[in-house]
Write a protein that binds this ligand. Structure first.
Ligand code: NAP
Ligand code: G4F
Length: 349
């Protein structure tokens, strides 16, 4: 059997690391683009990495950057992948207000560089674009594939450009290019400054007596939070369809940041009022108030049905952060993982 090759931008991120693990479990040769940094930035993929001198190694890393067309072209040309997953991004919405030009360069123009590179290669490469529910912005919930977009940040505007370009290359050049419009998805590998992880880490640090307070911004914002490993499986499914298309992926539930705080503090038996403080610096110039997916299309076409919802997600993340802080986990999150995913393809954090 011929081994399929996948190329992942953003392989060192939350989703990239799970996706790499998933594709390796499916027998793929996986290529990832990593950025040169002065300290190691590969901690999420270290457990699947082997010395390239060993025989049969199927994970291969290449230095590159979405802001550098020449390198992107070389990698696409040399690797000749069957599938490309474009997950690389300056993905923090609040930070995109501080670095709007850089965010546009990587997220919007970076996608142009990749799509052009595929087009010019003349190879039949299936393309996945990591589009975002942030593109819906102030659009009334629930949001589906047919909802008009109303982006509220430089990040969302850049993602919307990349979304349209992906559609444009599909229609203009008959490329197999899909947009996965994913609602927020989290895990113990979530970046430490996104709100869920910030909360679960803080609770573990407070329990370990290493932190006194947790400073947050807008507690009223509502999000549709799912579990990242389930979301990367569906990225792959999109590229296995007969026809390229765009799909909304989410749980269909919405909860406020405040509800997440309550769930997490209750779970470990701490009183939130003693620890949680508001710092206006975490508010955004323009906020996305409510996101809720209408995931009907992905349920019918891709069979997507999330097994982990809000409460379980919070427990899984807290258990992992308690362990990382050197404490005994409460245990409910670990039990849920064992029960719901008896044949897990990812390493538990
Ligand atoms: P993440 O953890 O922030 O990972 C982002 C990845 O992009 C990292 O590997 C990062 O590398 C890489 N990257 C950043 N700038 C780059 C550049 N200039 N060139 C090449 N790579 C670069 O994000 P994630 O949560 O895994 O999300 C994956 C993708 O899905 C992103 O595009 C994100 O915008 C999108 N998305 C995420 C969600 C969500 O809820 N997680 C929802 C919808 C869409 P370093 O490790 O070196 O920083
Ligand atoms: O966790 P967040 O920073 O995620 P946000 O802005 O929803 O973006 C994430 O999800 C998008 C999908 O919809 C992705 F495209 C994007 O790449 C990223 O993964 O913030 C969630 C909510 C916001 O309303 C924010 O204002 O939490 C609120 N919040 C309140 N206090 C905070 C904080 N957010 C952060 N990061 N830090 C706080 O202290």
């Amino acid at each position: 059997m011929v081994t399929k090759k996948a190329l992942i931008t953003g392989i060192t991120g939350q989703d990239g690391s799970y996706l790499a693990e998933f594709l390796l479990s499916k027998g793929y040769e996986v290529h990832g683009i990593i950025r040169r940094a002065s300290t190691f930035n590969t901690s999420r993929i270290d457990h699947i990495y082997s010395d390239p001198h060993e025989e049969g190694v199927r994970l291969k890393l290449h230095y590159g950057d979405l802001s550098d067309a020449e390198t992107i072209n070389n990698i696409v040309y040399n690797v000749r992948p069957d599938e490309i997953y474009n997950l690389g991004a300056q993905s923090h919405v609040r930070v995109s207000f501080d670095v709007p030009e850089y965010t546009t360069n990587v997220v919007a123009t970076g996608t142009t560089r990749l799509l052009e590179s595929i087009r010019r290669s003349g190879n039949h490469i299936r393309f996945y674009q990591a589009s975002s529910s942030e593109m819906f912005g102030s659009a009334s919930p629930p949001q589906s594939e047919g909802t008009p977009f109303a982006p509220r940040s430089p990040y969302a505007c850049s993602k919307l450009y990349a979304y349209w370009l992906t559609k444009n290359y599909r229609e203009g050049y008959n490329m197999f290019a899909c947009n996965g419009i994913l609602f927020n998805h989290e895990s113990p590998r979530r970046g430490e400054t996104f709100v869920t992880r910030k909360i679960t880490r803080a609770v573990a640090a407070i329990a370990a007596k290493k932190q006194e307070h947790l400073y947050l911004g807008n507690l009223k914002a509502r999000r549709d939070w799912g579990y990242a490993p389930e979301y990367v499986e569906v990225m792959w499914k999109m590229l296995q369809q007969e026809r390229a298309d765009d799909f909304v992926i989410g749980t269909g539930e919405t909860h406020s940041v405040e509800e997440f705080v309550d769930e997490v503090f209750d779970y470990v038996g701490l009183k939130k009022d003693r620890y949680v403080r508001i710092d206006p610096k975490y508010f955004r110039p323009t906020e996305v108030e409510v996101l809720i997916a209408d995931p009907l299309k992905s349920k019918e076409a891709l069979g997507f049905e999330p097994r982990i919802k809000f409460r379980e997600l919070a427990h899984i993340m807290v258990d992992a952060d308690m362990r990382a802080a050197g404490l005994e986990p409460v245990g409910e999150g670990d039990r849920i993982l064992e029960q719901r995913f008896p044949r897990r393809w990812w390493a538990v954090d």
